[in-house]
Design a protein around this ligand. Sequence first.
Ligand code: ADP
Length: 492
Amino acid sequence: MKKYIAALDEGTTSTRAIIFDREQNILGISQKEFTQIFPKPGYVEHDAEEIFKAQRQVLHEAVEAAGIKAEEIAGIGITNQRETTVVWDKNTGKPVYNAIVWQCRRTADFCEEIKSRGLEDTIREKTGLKIDAYFSASKIRWILDNVEGAREKAERGDLIFGTVDTWLVWKLTGGKVHVTDYTNASRTMLFNIRELKWDDELLEIFNIPKAMLPEARSCSEVYGSYNMNGVEVPISGMAGDQQASLFGQACFERGQAKNTYGTGCFLLMNMGEECRIADGGLLTTIGIGLNDKVNYAMEGSVFIGGAVIQWLRDGLRILKNSGESGKIASSLDDNGGVYFVPAFTGLGAPYWDMYARGAILGLTRGTTQEHIVRAAVESMGFQTMELLNSIEEESGIRVDTMRVDGGASKDSFLMQFQADISRIGILRSAVSETTALGAAYLAGLAVGVWSGLDEIAAMHKAGTEFRPHMDEEKAKKLGAEWKTAVSRVLTR
Ligand code: ADP
């Protein structure tokens, strides 16, 4: 009886494999970090071969840790860092260049040039995205223009492109299958999210041969199989990391939203079948594609979420570990008027100010280390509050309870603070690995481990809920003071 699902969670700094059973219990887990390559300031690369080898290794280790056999695995689900771009030779299977990571800013000038050509509205209408170096299109173009011989090879049809999902499936199937799913496709800036196909006009703008692109498919179907110890295991689910987390949180209905407090914060709301192009610093993207239908999502992101806590630990060195931050923050009665705007790499939604930099404001003689820690923790809450306000405004949908996950969601002080200032319920997932769980759901649905969304929603494990306690006037005052603090760092 095939009863287990293997989820591959390929992140930005490490890759993981997790074995789930039908009841969503984690039976085995393995994780491996891989090399971050910084060739120049603002450039970020990964070695795609290293990612594949690490991914394959952790899959085998997780299966071993779970004490199961390959023949007991019903399906493999993949979730991945989005936008990161790999271009390889389909004859040799070798990448022609390192993977260019989503964080990499090398194509920022080219993106500015496209904006100056007045293409912003066209691109936004078709893709739901803002023109930015973050997305794959300009990265593919960079490889074709800067790697010797690449453009000629691509024109001849020898080079193919993939985001990391595509690369992993291609490698796991021994070069037989070149596919992506709708969620990952929607982050390339080449995919028409209404028509669900690669867009000729966009391909022309970025000068990319269409033959390089993978086939875009739904998020839950059998794409191919991985030969594991002589057993063909179906690869049957795929979604980008934030979409997988939305799915893993069982946000299947329009209006349901989740926020992940990881390195950055990502808030996504399921918009159902409505493809409304968002404004106000938000993106519209494909939330999930099942049975030839897609659900759209509105997405807001901030760059520095839990990373502010890492900075207190590694930069300022006033914390021994991230886990201390909540305890220190809750040792004070209030923030003492101190606000920390962690615009270390600019500000994301709703401001999109790439040139803003961080600041700690409201310092007095009475300010202590504890106040700075508290202000840092609160900054995650305030930034999420602003994401939520923007998404509610743009979508016209009011959120009653937001589901949350990610490393910093372990901090109960922060979760209570979020409920207080956003005046909503915060539901912390019982399974901390929601991204991997989402990939597992997708893979399991395709091979009959679960009968459908109703069965999954019914067995989805609720976690801890936080409700607002703080006086509403006080919450408003804090929100207003935060906005004043942000206004001090904006450059325009
Ligand atoms: P990612 O998937 O982006 O690598 P994670 O979801 O693993 O991130 O979360 C890691 C982040 O969460 C780190 O930036 C870390 O500082 C922060 N973090 C982890 N534990 C806590 C905690 N108990 N309190 C506050 N922040 C935390």
